[in-house]
Design a protein around this ligand. Structure first.
Ligand SMILES: [Zn+2]
Ligand SMILES: [Zn+2]
Length: 785
């Protein structure tokens, strides 16, 4: 009879290659610990493609080890692919971690290939580091740069790959003996944590006045004193400088607003704890999860009344952008201060956020009374991300710090690598290769020269970090966008022009994993895309922005839109919503019950008459089907806003004023113009005006307008569905950041048994446009093959 020994597991040796976010996230230590747990011998190392392992031991142990690679991976890791090859057992003792190899991938996959390793996003301080930060017996007690393999700076400090200390902005801080011991100890939480440091060897904090003179030896306590006294303090963060001040102080927040030349746009607030957030705002489960998420976005929350926050923080706003501390420095500041602070980007007006020390002192010198700074350089500028909780999802409004450069996995391969250059405002860029789309951090308004510089830097940096050499360059059709000009100037790449609203719809389809739709399979692949936004270059010489497209990811047909109206004064009509009120009411008659005795007409006086004459003349001017301009017109008619200081302001304020408890709306006409469905926007504005003149409460009129527009969208979609059999609807464009409109539209569409897709991974606004452009370019590439 066989003994148990005779049945012992045969020995097996495997070569393993792991790809994904597996460097700088404690993956090698994790592999090491796991190999030890299963009693295996071999080694683990990094190369430019990811992590490579050779492991040997009894079959069953090797199998358990392989399962644990995915199942037990460390919190910041994303395992995208595990390739295993069988090797000849070689014996040996122990399991080692070997040095990084920068020459290219080796091991199971053999020949050298492109870099496939991924740099992870920055991550909020973990619980273990936080405990050390506030433990008087710990050697990192109150040390503002404490971090480990589970947390800390990543993308914002990485200069190159592989992700090793010399390739980060920590290169100038040689490890002290104690930190080196932790760094080299496989059993330590800081094993191969590249930004590891301590008070003896790491970056130091200072507090200085705008002239660079020191303001004290204890920077955090000094900053707290200044904030308590109502001063504005510039604070160097993870991806750039913030401006901080006491959020409860009317004078401090008003001073910050006037010094920043920011007239109306709301400031974000940072509070110490989740409980503090609950004191200011209603926080449901979804919002709570978003607040404590390691990405630590700003979360848009419904305010409590009163919340104790000064009026100047978010004037007239029902919602407040709230975030929790995400660096050790924030934790130190907030715990000592124990009150909410405004924490807004360190810039003047619409400039990009300052991230280098010299630039911060130069540009913020006139705003901040003091600077809380340190000597760890920021390599990549990254603004705070913003999310809006909706139906249990934290929907991104701005996807930047904490998210970028985490790739978005698509359901179809990009046949050739794509660079997508995005739009003009809220710009992001996207590099796509394989099934991965890497969406950049928020770059901003490309009309600004410095932003344009960071646009090209971001393309070069991401292309290097992810080793994506694009063969195709996707761009908007607007010839005057800086991003379009850049794309067309790049030589050696195939340019692909993508219509703005088609890109929005494709972004929404791919956001939901239905980017397989490229028309190859016929009618079933199509979706009804509703793209509502401010401005986009149309195919017919008009400015689009209220569009119904029958679309695949590769192509589209325009099947409906909001009725076009003139834009008197062109671009001026974007800054001055009252002009759009005049345009929308141009068909209305003068005199008693006419439109020239309107409040908006009286407010504008002679200018109103001038624009009315311009509209009556035969002079040519741009015409638009933009939904953003429709909101502008209604906001002006209702006296909510005649002029704006930032994009989308009139629509945002109109939503704020609406009473969401009402569900009735106005009748909206939908005409069929030779097969093209045209939604009667002017009729809707007149209905709003009539209701308003009857003395109906503004909150009710605003609600009825939203409800009417949502119903009109749904009816138009149903008509398209009836004509084509297509029952999938994708909602995109910045106007759908309006939660009230989005909710009512989705309810109406679902009531008609249509399937509705909305955004959850990329913003519906132009911040998600580059992703959509990349998806379209990829789909066209596939269709051509
Ligand atoms: Zn940590
Ligand atoms: Zn140290």
């Amino acid at each position: 009879m066989d003994t148990l020994e005779g049945l012992a597991d045969p020995i097996r040796r495997v070569g393993v290659r792991i790809e994904g976010v597996v460097q700088g996230v404690g993956f090698r230590p994790f592999v090491h610990a796991s190999a030890q747990r299963f009693g295996l011998t071999g080694h683990v190392g990094n190369d430019t493609a990811g992590v490579v392992i050779e492991a040997e031991g009894p079959c069953e142990a090797v199998a358990g080890f392989l399962t644990s690679l995915r199942a037990d991976a460390p919190p910041l890791a994303t395992v995208e692919q595990v390739d295993v090859v069988e090797l000849v057992p070689a014996g040996g003792r122990g399991f080692r971690i070997v040095d990084s190899d920068t020459s290219g991938p080796r091991g199971p996959r053999g020949p050298r290939g492109p870099r496939r390793t991924l740099v992870s996003a920055d991550s909020a301080t973990c619980e273990a580091c936080l405990a050390e930060l506030f433990d008087p017996r710990d050697r990192r007690y109150r040390y503002p740069f404490v971090n480990c393999t589970d947390c800390g700076p990543r993308y914002t400090i990485v200069r190159d790959v592989p992700y090793d200390r010399p390739n980060t902005t920590m290169a100038g801080f040689p490890l002290c003996g104690e930190c080196a011991r932790e760094y080299h100890d496989p059993a330590d939480r800081r094993f191969h944590a590249q930004p590891v440091c301590c008070p003896d060897c790491g970056p130091r904090l200072r507090i200085v006045d705008p002239a660079g003179r020191s303001l004290g030896a204890d920077p955090v306590s000094r900053a707290v004193e200044l904030l308590r006294a109502g001063d504005v303090v510039a604070v160097k963060g993870l991806g750039g400088y913030h401006l901080a001040t006491d959020a409860r102080s009317d004078s401090a927040t008003a001073a910050l607003r006037s010094r920043k030349h920011r007239e109306d746009k709301a400031f974000a607030v940072m509070v110490a704890t989740l409980d503090d957030a609950r004191r200011l705002c209603a926080v449901d489960d979804c919002a709570a999860r978003a607040l404590v998420d390691r990405r630590r976005p700003i979360v848009l929350l419904d305010r409590r009344h009163p919340d104790g926050v000064a009026d100047a923080v978010a004037p007239g706003n029902r919602r407040l952008g709230v975030m929790l501390p995400y660096t050790p420095l924030h934790h130190l500041l907030l715990r000592e201060l124990a009150v909410p602070i405004v924490l807004t980007s360190g810039n003047v007006s619409d400039e990009p956020i300052a991230y280098t020390d010299d630039d911060a002192l130069a540009r913020l010198g006139g705003i901040a009374d003091a600077f809380l700074v340190h000597d760890r350089p920021i390599h990549v500028r990254a603004d705070d991300s913003v999310v809006s909780p909706w139906r249990g999802d934290a929907v991104p409004v701005r996807r930047s710090r904490g998210y970028a450069p985490e790739p978005i996995t698509c359901s179809r391969e990009f046949p050739r690598p794509v660079l997508a250059c995005g739009a003009e405002l809220k710009n992001t860029v996207c590099l796509a290769s394989g099934r991965r789309a890497v969406l950049s951090h928020h770059i901003g308004d490309l009309k600004n020269a410095e932003t344009l510089r960071s646009f090209t830097e971001a393309i070069e940096h991401l292309s290097r970090l992810f080793d994506i050499e694009p063969a195709v360059v996707a761009h908007d059709l607007h010839p005057d966008y800086a991003s379009t000009r850049y794309a067309l100037e790049r030589t050696g790449l195939d340019p692909v022009g993508v219509q703005h609203h088609h890109a929005h719809v494709a972004a929404c389809l791919a956001d939901n994993g239905v980017d397989g739709a490229d028309g190859v399979g016929g009618a079933d692949d199509r979706a009804i895309g509703v793209a509502f936004d401010g401005t986009g270059y149309g195919l017919d010489g008009t400015v689009w922005g209220g569009e119904f497209l029958l679309a695949t990811c590769a192509d589209f047909e325009r099947v409906g839109h909001l009725a076009t109206v003139p834009m008197p004064g062109g671009e001026a009509a974007v800054r001055e919503p009252w002009r759009m009120a005049a345009a929308y009411l141009r068909g209305a008659t003068d005199g008693v019950d006419g439109v020239d005795d309107l409040a908006v007409a009286r407010r504008q006086g002679a200018r109103w008459d001038q624009v009315r004459r311009l509209l009556d003349s035969r002079l040519s001017m741009p015409v638009t089907s933009s939904a953003g301009r429709l909101f502008d017109a209604v906001a002006a008619v209702l006296g909510v806003r005649d002029t704006v200081t930032y994009e989308g302001q009139a629509a945002i304020e109109l939503e704020q004023r609406a009473d969401v408890g009402h569900s009735d709306g106005y009748e909206v006409g939908i005409a069929d113009d030779g097969g093209m469905l045209v939604v009667d926007g002017p009729g809707l504005v007149r209905a709003v005006l009539d209701d308003h003149r009857r003395g109906t409460d503004l909150a009710l009129v605003a609600a009825r307008f939203h409800n009417a527009l949502a119903a009109a969208v749904a009816r138009t979609c149903r008509e398209i569905a009836d004509r084509t059999g297509v029952r999938l609807v994708a909602l995109s464009g910045g106007v759908f950041a309006n939660r009230f409109l989005l909710t009512r539209t989705v309810e109406a569409l679902e009531g008609d048994n249509l399937t509705v897709l909305t955004h959850s991974r990329v913003p519906c606004n132009d911040g998600g446009l580059s992703f959509g452009q990349a998806v379209v370019a990829g789909a066209r590439d596939r269709a051509m093959r």
